[in-house]
Design a protein around this ligand. Structure first.
Ligand code: AMP
Ligand code: TRP
Length: 355
């Protein structure tokens, strides 16, 4: 893409229990990427403040989600794992971006529209500015790639817009200070300070749907617990939820095209494929012609085999908060050093006196 060193950044909010959508859509891929890339994985507690005002819950959820990252296989020594609020430069860069981004851009965000509901005037300013903080998370580390689920696509497009506008608005200053990096912008080569981040959204798990309604995404906030598989569910609960998952009356198709117009079937096949590390076509070949009862039994077995070791490890880690706190402190220190390097240049670029 450019002269920027490849670096992965991603994060999840510490709100309630993580579910299979978070695991397959995001965390499982984070684990794979640590083999090939330098990775920074963040617990975005400042983002959670937009929806979770109970301080005791927030503290608990921050430790729990960190335990989930580690239990899923993220190595906090090899990568940086930390909670966002510890590194003050996130808030500092978000402010600069608040002055770059336009209110119109924020108003168009579907997540904001969904969460704010009808009474938009009464939504917090934080909820509106949320994507600007998210852009700051990513660009503070000049991250080039961001693995997330499909629901974050619009936010990542906005991150690219913010980077582009910043590079543009301050282009002569960036050049004059010599802090830019040569990068391609269309056919032109420009000298930019922030990379134009690439989203990594692909595979059968980029959008895992509710087990009760194949047209709604699996989500922490769905009132029905049967709609999702939580990372803390035991084997019996997982099996029961899969058995009760909504389906249609037909058999599994032997070709992927046969899933069209069958959202529930498509979702269950997608979940199987993601758990098995294959594509949906391979799953259709394997189960084509089989009834759902048989397919669901195999799916439940695979889900339990994959999730149980993670759940057990998570329980163990949850009993050792001192270890979790140490991971976050250590990660925070390492993240802080990288963040300050970027922020020091940003202060120079925008004209903040700092020496
Ligand atoms: P959140 O819990 O909203 O902070 O999301 C954490 C990560 O999980 C993000 O990368 C989301 O895109 C991803 N994610 C959340 N729900 C789903 C889902 N139903 N399917 C796939 N990915 C998801
Ligand atoms: N908005 C993301 C979500 O709800 C969480 C998030 C915050 C994030 N900052 C980020 C994801 C930076 C990737 C990169 O899932």
């Amino acid at each position: 893409m450019s002269g920027f060193k490849e670096r992965i950044f991603s994060g999840a909010q510490p709100t309630g229990n993580l579910h299979l959508g978070n695991y397959l859509g995001a965390i499982k891929r984070w684990v794979e990427l640590q083999e090939t890339h330098e990775c920074i994985y963040c617990v975005v507690d400042m983002h959670a403040l937009t929806i979770l005002p109970d301080p005791v819950e927030l503290l608990k959820a921050t430790r729990e989600i960190t335990a989930a990252y580690i239990a899923a296989g993220i190595d906090p020594k090899k990568n940086i794992v930390f909670n966002q609020s510890r590194v003050k430069q996130h808030a500092e860069l978000a402010w600069v971006f608040n002055c770059i981004a336009r209110i119109g851009w924020m108003n168009r965000m579907t997540q904001f529209k969904d969460k704010a509901g009808k009474d938009r005037e009464n939504a917090s300013l934080g909820l509106l500015a949320y994507p600007s903080l998210m852009a700051a998370d990513i660009l503070l580390y000049r991250a080039t790639h961001v693995p997330v689920g499909d629901d974050q696509k619009q936010h990542l497009e906005l991150t690219r817009d913010i980077a582009q506008k910043f590079n543009n608005d301050y282009s002569s200053r960036i050049e004059q200070l010599g802090v830019g990096i040569e990068m391609k912008s269309g056919d032109e080569t420009i000298n930019g300070f922030f990379p134009i981040t690439e989203p990594m959204i692909s595979g059968p798990a980029m959008r895992i749907m509710s087990l009760r309604d194949g047209t709604k995404k699996m989500s922490k906030s769905d009132p029905s617990d049967l709609s999702r598989i939580n990372l803390v569910d035991d084997a019996d609960t997982i099996t029961k939820k899969i058995r009760k998952a909504k389906t249609d009356a037909d058999a599994i198709p032997s070709e992927v095209e046969g899933l069209e117009g069958r959202p529930e079937a498509d979702n269950l096949v997608g979940i199987y494929a993601a758990l098995a590390g294959q594509d949906k076509a391979a799953t259709c070949r394997e189960f084509g012609g089989k009834q759902f009862s048989e397919f669901k039994a195999s799916l439940a077995e695979l889900a339990v085999a994959t999730m149980s070791p993670i759940t057990q490890e998570m329980r163990k880690l949850n009993e050792d908060p001192a270890y979790i706190d140490q991971v976050l402190r250590d990660g925070g220190e390492r993240a802080g050093e990288l963040a300050e390097k970027t922020m020091h240049d940003v202060r120079d670029i925008v004209g903040f006196l700092q020496n």
